[in-house]
Design a protein around this ligand. Structure first.
Ligand SMILES: [Ca+2]
Ligand SMILES: [Ca+2]
Ligand SMILES: [Ca+2]
Length: 200
């Protein structure tokens, strides 16, 4: 089975316990070097965002490739999950991703419900694990495509709901898919806590 780590490229560090005897060679210097021009102050985050309390410990997750990886779930809705985070100012973008596995006796209906104190936008983008994603229409939400070209639907509000009728173009009828959720369009100088309830 494929795993989510391949397509979305989680940052890979040296696993704990791995011998680092060759560290003195400098061969491991693949991080952003310590230039004085880093506008993020080394945090990887845009500078012009408010400091939120508590801090958002799921950061940085500003781009699709660096989505915070949630556990895999199946299309049995009882395996759905919940994520809480904070949208910091109007520059913060939060990406989350999970793999949804199509199992027997359940229905694939990737659905995410966002709740927040202020109006923000939730988008859900999909990519079939096997075969092309069959074009779909968005119900009570707006069609959009992610920067990496995945189709999806967006909804904005203090309560936002996106549910996608997902089918994949493969012979086996397997609708397993990678799901990317994006939260953005926050408010200047405001820390907006939100939660997303999701199932596949
Ligand atoms: Ca389901
Ligand atoms: Ca955030
Ligand atoms: Ca973010």
């Amino acid at each position: 089975m494929s795993t989510l780590s391949a397509p979305i490229g989680t940052s890979s560090g040296t696993p704990p316990g791995t011998s680092t005897d060759d560290a003195t060679t400098g061969a491991g210097d693949d991080s952003t070097s310590s230039t004085s021009e880093d506008p993020t102050g080394g945090t990887g985050l845009p500078a012009d965002r408010p400091a939120c309390n508590p801090a958002d410990d799921l950061e940085p997750n500003e781009i699709e490739d660096e989505a915070y990886v949630l556990n895999n779930i199946t299309d049995d809705d009882s395996s759905g999950d919940f994520v809480e985070s904070i949208l910091a100012g109007d520059v913060d973008v939060d990406w989350f991703a999970y793999m949804g596995q199509d199992v027997a006796f359940a229905v694939v209906d990737p659905t995410s419900t966002l709740a927040a104190d202020q109006e923000i936008r939730l988008c859900v983008f999909v990519e079939c694990a096997d075969g092309n994603t069959v074009p779909f229409t968005c119900v009570d939400s707006i069609y959009d495509e992610s920067p990496d070209g995945r189709p999806g639907c967006c909804d904005t509000g203090v309560s936002a709901l996106v549910s996608i009728d997902l089918y994949c173009g493969n012979d086996g009828g397997d609708e397993s898919a990678y799901i990317f959720m994006r939260v953005d369009r926050g408010h200047p100088d405001a820390c907006v806590p939100y939660d997303i309830d999701y199932h596949f």
